[in-house]
Design a protein around this ligand. Structure first.
Ligand SMILES: Nc1ncnc2c1ncn2[C@@H]1O[C@H](COP(=O)(O)OP(=O)(O)OP(=O)(O)O)[C@@H](O)[C@H]1O
Ligand SMILES: [Mg+2]
Length: 393
């Protein structure tokens, strides 16, 4: 490992989306070189990485090139092929490179069936589930066990609500996928929250949240995040306790996002764990002493964690999802800006387009209370959508 004293000098990121873009920005501020592996040479992270290795996330030769170039490897996605993860794990065992989070943890968390089994083994509260190996399912048995609605999630490959379907009634049971999946109980009237926890090389933890999450009810994709979440102190404490238990149980390094449901009775259940920085934590760029991206970088590089305190009473993040009207903005390319008069930041990821619902950018607004921040965020979204980006130039 080429190091500057004890410090790694280059970090590799598998996946070059907007999360990697912000991670590269943090690496640069720490004086660390960043190399991104992505199928597309013009991926969102290309504008902030020092180098892009163009290759698929199942391309062993590309993974080898990344490992050869870096002291530490981390991830912006969980959908990395198991072969590549095992290869990187082997390189880590040989002492060639640090892989954080560890390859075994990535392999376990990327499979929703394995992840749920692990949560149950750890004694962490999570909605009841069954694992379906694939092929036709016994509809009757599923309805008897979980009632309706029920939720099906493909075991691998899902993200941003793709790979999740809610089966509302008997007639919809024919839509059940026959690929390997889990089926779980639908948590009715749940409030959704997330806690982000970073774990450093020395085992120290740093927390963000709970953060309140608003999901699009059709697409199950995140639309809005509110920090702090509107929950009681008791729910907040329980959410942090569960998140700490998850991350301590995983026994690896990096920042993790623990998504949870709060039931109307105030029970907190873990929905899923992401081994990476998360859309719910974008607000930390403007609102916290150390952003989630800087915190993850500090953790994987082996630096002491920074303070995670929120500097303002409230922050609201709204995603800019691809829909008619935003397409013309795709031409503009990537930029990040902050309007100091309004306390509103606009981040545009520079993607060239895609299917409806794709995350194209986000805005974050700060305020003295959540309502004030929400009003500012809404105004910024309207400005981006209707006036165009020149309003923020
Ligand atoms: N058991 C459940 N009960 C009620 N709603 C659920 C349940 N499971 C999932 N959902 C809804 O679907 C959304 C997406 O599910 P989940 O987070 O498991 O999948 P995902 O696609 O991996 O998510 P992400 O957007 O974080 O990548 C949840 O945020 C929630 O709104
Ligand atoms: Mg989720």
């Amino acid at each position: 490992m080429a190091t500057k004293g004890d410090l790694p000098v280059s970090v590799g990121i598998v996946g070059g989306g907007q999360l990697a873009h912000f991670l590269c920005g943090a690496a640069r501020r720490l004086g660390v070189t960043s190399v991104v592996l992505d199928p597309k040479a013009d991926c969102p992270a290309a504008r902030s990485a020092d180098r892009v290795v163009a290759g698929a996330l199942d391309d062993l030769a590309a993974a080898a090139e990344l490992a050869d170039a870096c002291d530490v490897i981390t991830f912006d996605v969980e959908t990395v092929s198991p072969e590549v993860l095992r290869y990187l794990g082997g390189r880590a065992e040989d002492g060639c490179v640090r892989v954080a989070p560890g390859a075994q943890v990535m392999l376990m968390l990327q499979n929703k069936a394995l992840q749920k089994q692990w949560l149950v083994r750890q004694g962490i509260a999570t909605p009841a589930f069954v694992q379906l190996a694939g092929g036709p399912a016994d509809h009757q048995a599923l309805v008897e066990r979980f009632g309706l609605p029920l939720v099906q999630k493909s075991a691998t490959g899902g993200f941003d609500g793709r790979g999740v379907q809610i089966i509302g009634d008997e007639s919809a049971l024919v839509r059940l996928w026959e690929t390997p999946s889990i089926v779980e109980a639908f948590v009715a009237d749940a409030q959704e929250i997330a806690v982000l926890v970073a774990r450093g090389l020395d085992g120290a933890l740093a927390f963000y949240g709970p953060i309140g999450l608003d999901m699009d009810p059709e697409d199950n994709v995140l639309t809005t995040a509110v920090a702090p979440a509107p929950v009681s102190d008791q729910v907040s404490r329980e959410a942090r306790r569960l998140a700490a238990e998850v991350v301590t149980g995983l026994d690896t390094i990096g920042l993790f996002a623990v998504e949870m449901f709060v039931t109307p009775e105030g029970r907190v259940l873990v929905n899923e764990v992401s081994p990476r920085v998360h859309n719910a934590g974008h607000y930390t760029l403007e609102a916290c002493e150390t952003s989630q991206f800087m915190q993850h970088m500090r953790a994987v590089l082996g630096l002491p964690l920074g303070p995670s305190r929120q500097r303002v009473p409230a922050a609201v993040m709204r995603n800019l999802l691809l829909r008619p009207g935003l397409e013309s903005l795709c031409e503009v390319g990537g930029f990040d800006s902050m309007d100091p008069r309004t306390g509103t930041a606009v981040h545009w990821y520079g993607k060239s387009g895609g299917s409806p619902g794709r995350k194209m950018g986000h805005v974050t607004a700060l305020g003295s209370d959540p309502q004030a921040a929400a009003r500012r965020a809404d105004a910024a979204v309207r400005a981006v959508s209707t006036i165009g980006l020149e309003a923020f130039a």
